[in-house]
Design a protein around this ligand. Structure first.
Ligand code: AMP
Length: 400
């Protein structure tokens, strides 16, 4: 089954045996000021495609972006530490070349043997990447016979290593991209019911597309996080200094009405944890969402909401979750998010978690092993949930 990618080639449709294979990966990992990698899950997620190509005797060329170096070399964003970590994960020598294109890459490419792995420098060190410069894309394509995209995190970008290279050589999805699209698009297009969507995070504006795309497919929508307070305010309640997008009030009402028309049950927090400032150690109180005093803001859902939401999740067969229930980065406001993480993990359901923050939350809650699929995609995973076409997927070669 390949619902998500429809007629696009995937890695198993192309012959990589003995070929020079250029893999666009997402090695955009968090690196601290001492150039230590704090979390290597994105590197690990690409291993199935890399290992498969190595086993097929391909010469593997890996390319990624890291951070926002703005088109020029900046050692804080070098992929050198990533290449080192990959070497440890593969237990095999990995060659790192400190440029994206040029004579050194050319020479290293010519010397590669079957099963060798080479990591190029951060694609965004070259202004040609973000400008989707044809010459830059052509030079990258010249290094390889086949292109694989395994980077959902970059698939919404019109960048040279995402949409440019496929103009010149056959292009297919890697195992990770295939899986991401199958889960994020396939789950929504044909959900096993009851289907529950949980949305949170800071703003309604960031999640409108998802709400609209889900309205005729979902049985229950649970909204928590900062975005809930725009909905609550739109219902006529005072929410103190909680996050409210005033320009979204009308739309919030319309979304609720539409969901009602489709018979979707809509859940908002009934209580919340409030404080006067978003700081560790700030005084906190638990109040109902209708009693938030002036000068106080809601920063997490309260215990009654956790129970209400957990009950709503309990009988689900499909759950999609995007966005935390509160400012979970601070301990005092993290309980709601962690409670929902546990409820999602405990559901006898296909559970899909997307978005950078939510991914982090399920790991911090210690339940990541009990989630069916955690997307590495960030902003791009949200676009898939919105039902949008991603340029990086459209650019892949069609099946004959
Ligand atoms: P998003 O990128 O829209 O998913 O938003 C994630 C961010 O929303 C996280 O960094 C949270 O700290 C923040 N957030 C969640 N709940 C609230 C809230 N009640 N008030 C302010 N920020 C929040």
């Amino acid at each position: 089954m390949n619902i998500g990618l429809l007629n696009k080639l995937t890695v198993e449709d192309v012959n990589v045996k003995g070929k020079r294979v250029f893999i666009r990966v997402d090695f955009n990992v968090p690196i601290d000021e001492n150039l230590m990698i704090n979390d290597d899950r994105r590197i690990r997620s690409s291993l199935p495609t890399i290992n498969y190509c190595m086993d097929e005797g391909a010469k593997v060329i890996l390319a990624s972006h890291l951070g926002r170096p703005k088109g020029k070399p900046d050692q804080r964003y070098s992929l050198a530490p990533v290449a080192k970590r990959l070497q440890r994960l593969l237990n095999k020598e990995v060659l790192f070349v400190p440029e994206c294109v040029g004579p050194e890459v050319q020479k290293a490419g010519e010397k590669m043997r079957a099963g060798d792995v080479m990591v190029l420098e951060n694609m965004r060190f070259d202004p040609g990447e973000e400008a989707n410069d044809e010459g830059f894309a052509k030079a990258l394509a010249g290094l390889a016979d086949v292109y694989l995209n395994d980077a959902l995190g970059a698939a919404h970008r019109n960048h040279a290593s995402v949409v440019g290279i496929p103009k010149f050589i056959p292009a297919a999805a890697g195992f990770l991209l295939k899986k991401e699209v199958e889960y994020l698009r396939g789950t929504v297009s044909d959900p096993v019911r009851p289907f529950v969507a949980i949305l949170g995070g800071a703003k309604v504006s960031g999640k409108i597309g998802v709400l609209e795309n889900f309205q005729d497919k979902v049985d229950k929508v649970i909204v928590g996080g900062g975005m809930a307070f725009t909905f609550i305010k739109a219902m006529g309640f005072e929410v103190g200094d909680s996050l409210v997008e005033t320009d979204m009030l009308g739309l919030a009402e319309r979304i609720r009405d539409n969901l009602k028309k489709y018979g979707v049950k809509f859940y908002l927090p009934v209580d919340c944890v409030i404080a006067q400032s978003i700081e560790p150690g700030a005084e906190t109180k638990i109040v109902t969402t209708q009693e938030i005093p002036k000068g106080w803001r809601a920063l997490d859902i309260g215990p009654a909401s956790c129970r209400l939401f957990a009950e709503a999740i309990q009988n689900a067969k499909t759950v999609i979750w995007n966005g935390p229930m509160g400012v979970f980065e601070i301990d005092a406001f993290s309980r709601g998010t962690f409670a929902i993480a546990r409820a999602v993990a405990d559901a006898y359901a296909l559970t899909v978690v997307g978005g950078g923050d939510t991914d982090l939350a399920v790991h911090r809650a210690g339940v990541s092993d009990s989630i069916s699929f955690i997307s590495t995609g960030g902003g791009a995973s949200l676009q898939l949930l919105e039902g949008k076409e991603l340029p990086g997927i459209s650019a892949l070669s069609d099946k004959k």
